[in-house]
Write a protein that binds this ligand. Structure first.
Ligand code: SF4
Length: 698
């Protein structure tokens, strides 16, 4: 802590803003934006501004317990080790699983991944990041050969056209939206097109709002590709030199949406004039950046939709150029860090998959005793395996899947089938923690020490400024303690998060022999002092100059160095029959995830204090519903109750409810009760954005 305070990173969204904390060990601290941090340059949104409001110790989980009995860490970790040994001896390596979180620090993720994939022989390590951007990850790999986002935030400022699709950026990534708006204010000729079924806070600021039919995004970008080709707006030379698959992709797009703009507009549920206005703007604006987020990714065809976006950027040579790129914005503060260490079940580590060379190389580096040989179960499959009784020990860290995964009743039933459910948590009660056999008190923001990576690949430090309360411990420490009980002392003999980060950086040196971008080798010998003083830096950190953008030279980390356009035939409507209304889900401005933190901050509950269902006036009248009525939303899977809010900005026959509410804050739970656990077949990401439902006044 120097005169200007301690610098750390916001705990909420994937923008990854730097914050400054003026005083040490003060749980009523006022935080301010870090003017030097490249993500926010001093700005903060309301959630970041009120980070200090969620630090008081009320409702903290402070001691480990086994079946409700407080125990020492030694006994808790020995019990976990014994349960893991017993399960694996009796049922095999894959009877043990981990379900992690984009709230974890990279060092925590690394420890869990190494323990499971290198020493327990299972790749059953998945994360709530599967719910966030797994579809974009798969699309990056298909298009570029690696999950490497090519853009940086500056692109949003210098683009002449920003297309925002499947994202309420103003509320979900507020500081990036502030940067965009400031740039537009400075140069009013810059345009913003927003593609969203709802008239969101972002859409209200758009030059053109395309209120698309839910789920039709893939058709829209297919139709754009057809338009670009027809109007000679594709970059023929760039395609010839750097891109494969153009002809096949164009053929598939034409087959999907045809060439008649009137029919294309009908498919997308848009006025033809608006559709053509967007297409013309895109075609005429070389510096175009397209942002996308959960509205694209959380879909049964989320990977295809993401690739449909990337396709039009590859076709126009607008990848990794200043102001011209396709940019997936991650939801969580460390969704990217998890991807780097292998926090998804289909990844091994350092952007490597489960090919024989990678298994051998990573295994040798770890001096692994039992390497996983193939990908593990993705989130929804993992919980289905729990329900089937195949997972005997499940360790959940820093997430609340009962409230956040689709079909909450099924997830609750699945957890009941697990013989030993371990949950690491900060607070005393969540929908998930309440199901646990073993509860472990974790560190909260302000106590944690490690690194996170934001949406533009910037690695920043989360630094502690509070004394850890009770027996709360770092998640990496809990994992290493159990690993030692299992007999893996040498491989987990870390004393500080710095040693884990350095090991991760050293592991990344393996990528020097490949075309992969992910490389931290320049910091592989980082000292503790250098780690403590770390300034935000974008990877790759390979000792060359700063790399704000990737692939600008047209070279891609694929087998032949070329990018790949991917032919897609997106599923047009993402929900099965079975209800008169389409429920859309999304986020509130001042809440975060399942409200386990923000729900306790008075200031953050002023904006949208009640669980509301937004209903178009015609639908309200049809059901004799007035503002404030209690209404029930039902699907075949369950129901939830909310207060009616008549909202002329809604589309007829479409409803909207925020995804944050759960049993902790709404007695019968929230949207997870009614959403089916349908997933994208490639990414395994659940289609959480839409459900067919019935509406009834209570
Ligand atoms: Fe935190 Fe995101 Fe707000 Fe920045 S934009 S202050 S990272 S919640």
């Amino acid at each position: 802590m120097n005169q200007t305070g301690l610098k750390t990173t916001c705990a909420y969204c994937g923008v990854g803003c730097g914050v400054t904390v003026p005083t040490e060990n003060d749980r009523r601290v006022n935080v301010s934006g870090d003017a030097q941090h490249p993500a926010n340059r001093g700005r903060l949104c309301v959630k970041g501004t009120h980070l200090g409001d969620v630090l008081p110790l009320k409702d903290r989980l402070l001691v480990p317990s086994v079946h409700g009995e407080p125990v020492s860490w030694d006994l808790a970790s020995q019990t976990i080790a014994d349960k893991i040994r017993q399960a694996q001896a009796q049922y095999g390596a894959n009877s043990v699983a981990f379900y992690l979180s984009g709230q974890l620090l990279t060092e925590d993720y690394y420890a869990a991944n190494k323990l499971a994939k290198g020493f327990l022989g299972t790749a059953n390590v998945d994360t709530n990041s599967r719910l966030c951007m797994a579809s974009a990850v798969a699309a990056h790999v298909r298009a570029f050969g690696e999950d490497a986002p090519p853009s940086c935030y500056e692109d949003v400022e210098i683009a002449d056209l920003v297309v925002v699709t499947g994202s309420n950026l103003a509320w979900a990534h507020p500081v990036l939206f502030q940067r965009l708006q400031a740039a537009r204010a400075e140069q009013p000729s810059k345009k913003m097109v927003v593609i969203d079924p709802r008239k969101t806070a972002t859409a209200l600021e758009a030059d053109l709002h395309l209120a698309i039919k839910p789920g039709a995004d893939g058709q829209l970008f297919n139709a754009l590709l057809v338009y670009l080709d027809k109007h000679q707006a594709c970059a023929r030379e760039y395609i010839a030199e750097h891109v494969s698959g153009y002809a096949q992709t164009l053929a598939a797009a034409t087959l999907d949406v045809g060439t008649d703009s009137r029919i294309q507009a009908e498919l997308c549920g848009l006025p033809e004039a608006d559709l053509l206005a967007f297409f013309a703007l895109f075609a005429q604006t070389p510096k175009t950046t397209t942002l996308w987020s959960m509205g694209i990714n959380q879909s049964e065809s989320g990977v295809d939709k993401s690739n449909a976006i990337i396709n039009v950027h590859l076709a126009t040579g607008r990848i990794g150029q200043p102001g011209a790129s396709a940019f997936s914005i991650t939801g969580q503060p460390n969704a990217m860090g998890g991807r780097e260490v292998g926090g998804l079940a289909n990844q091994l580590a350092i952007h490597r998959g489960f090919d024989a060379d990678s298994i051998a190389q990573v295994g040798a580096f770890w001096q692994a005793s039992h390497m996983a040989q193939k990908p593990g179960l993705k989130a929804v499959d993992l919980f289905d395996a729990c329900l089937a009784g195949d997972i005997k020990v499940l360790w959940i860290m820093a997430t609340n899947p009962v409230a956040s995964l689709p079909d909450a009743n099924k997830i609750r039933a699945a957890l009941a089938q697990v013989e030993t459910l371990i949950v690491s948590e900060v607070v005393q009660s969540t929908d998930t923690l309440d199901c646990a056999d073993i509860r472990l008190p974790a560190l909260a923001w302000g106590e944690k020490d490690g690194t996170v990576t934001n949406s533009e690949r910037t690695i920043s430090r989360q630094r502690p400024f509070l004394i850890a309360p009770g027996q709360a411990r770092a998640d990496w420490w809990a994992l290493a303690t159990v690993a030692k009980k299992l007999g893996f002392s040498d491989a987990f003999a870390w004393h500080h998060a710095h040693e884990i980060f350095r090991e991760h950086a050293r592991l990344s040196r393996l990528n020097r022999a490949t075309a992969l971008s992910f490389d931290l080798s320049a910091v592989a010998d980082l000292s503790l002092a250098e780690y403590q003083d770390w300034l935000p830096q974008q990877w790759p950190l390979d000792g060359t100059t700063r790399t704000p953008r990737l692939f600008g030279d047209g070279q891609f980390p694929s087998h032949d160095g070329r990018a790949q356009m991917v032919p897609i035939s997106p599923i047009s409507v993402d929900q099965p029959d079975g209800g008169d209304y389409i429920l859309n889900t999304g986020r509130l401005r001042d809440q975060w995830h399942t409200m386990a933190r923000t729900g306790y901050a008075m200031a953050l509950n002023q904006h949208s204090p009640q669980f509301e269902l937004h209903i178009h006036p015609n639908d309200a009248e049809h059901n004799a519903i007035v503002n404030g009525d209690l209404v029930a939303v039902r699907s075949d899977l369950g129901s939830f109750y909310a207060l009616a809010r008549i909202d002329a900005a809604q589309q007829p026959s479409e409803l909207f409810a925020a995804m944050h509410w759960n049993r902790q804050f709404a007695s019968h739970g929230g949207v997870a009760n009614v959403i089916a656990s349908r997933v994208d077949p490639i990414s395994g990401q659940p289609a959480s954005k839409h459900a067919r439902v019935q509406l009834a006044k209570q």
